[in-house]
Design a protein around this ligand. Structure first.
Ligand SMILES: C[S@@+](CC[C@H](N)C(=O)[O-])C[C@H]1O[C@@H](n2cnc3c(N)ncnc32)[C@H](O)[C@@H]1O
Length: 262
């Protein structure tokens, strides 16, 4: 492995474009002017205690890995195998460079969360951080993660907007009952038709109750909420026997059933 000087690291990091992750590459900061300050370090410090510190023998999938900040942290905790996926090749190039400089053996692959079924394997820990609100079909993504790649822990984070209150949701409501929908703590997803924060890839902004409700609905039991936006979950059975409805899965006779029920 060639040891790069600070100037060489800075030069290559600059050539890789604007970074969303501020990563310390031997003293070179990749995004020193991040609008969220030292991101995602500032976030990681608030929830890192909630993740096992010893990951030897475990596998990790980092979905929407960006420049690999969390992938690198998982490898530093000793994970046997870390796979980072993202659908933006520009970020993957940054991730490969960051892993090279930090000396971490991590695989990065171009793949959308909607295609995780193609991986054909499950992982002890799945990270799904900062991606949900960038998706047009967020619940589908959670369903696909549950059905295809999550074996045990899911570490989830989403930008949240609206009330931090969380109402206890009843199992059912009468057709003429409506007041609960306007309660601040009722699960709500705000739809972003145009742009939010100058970013057209922001499609949704759940409130805290909605993040939790979607996770439960997709079959993830919340075991800890160490930071307002972060949920540590365990994969469990879905409350309703409904799986991801897309893509179609073959029936046992080989014909697609068009509904893909789990
Ligand atoms: C806000 S960044 C979050 C990065 C990192 N997970 C974190 O928490 O700091 C969102 C990332 O999700 C990626 N992304 C968006 N849609 C995706 C999709 N459909 N499949 C995989 N990655 C996606 C983007 O390219 C970007 O790297």
């Amino acid at each position: 492995m060639t040891i790069l000087t600070g100037d060489q690291i800075r030069e290559r990091a600059t050539a890789l474009g604007d970074w969303f992750h501020n990563i310390d590459l031997n003293g070179v900061q990749t995004a020193p002017n991040h609008f969220l300050n030292d991101y995602p370090n500032v976030k990681w410090r608030l929830f890192q205690h909630a993740i096992p510190t010893e990951l030897a023998g475990m596998t990790v999938l980092d979905i929407g890995c960006n420049a690999g900040f969390y992938s690198i942290e998982m490898k530093r905790r000793g994970a046997d195998r870390v796979l980072g996926i993202d659908f933006d090749e520009r970020y993957l190039e940054q991730a490969r460079f960051a892993a090279e400089v930090t000396g971490q053996d991590i695989e990065f692959r171009k793949l959308s969360v909607y295609d995780v079924g193609g991986l054909g394997e499950t992982f002890d820990i799945v990270l799904f951080m900062g991606v949900l609100y960038h998706l047009r079909h967020p619940l589908l993504a959670l369903d696909l993660i549950h059905d295809n790649v999550a074996r045990d822990l899911l570490i989830f984070q989403s930008m949240q907007r609206g009330s931090p209150e969380v109402d206890a949701v009843r199992a059912d409501y009468d057709f003429f009952e409506q007041d609960h929908f306007d309660s601040p703590g009722y699960p709500k997803m705000h739809f972003i038709e145009h742009e939010y924060a100058n970013d057209w890839t922001n499609w949704w902004a759940p409130n805290a109750a909605c993040s939790a409700a979607m996770l439960r609905s997709a079959g993830f039991e919340i075991v800890e909420n160490p930071e307002q936006e972060v949920f540590v979950c365990r994969r469990t059975e879905r409350p309703k026997p409904m799986g991801a409805v897309y893509p179609a899965k073959p029936k046992s006779n080989g014909k697609a059933n068009g509904r893909g029920q789990a």
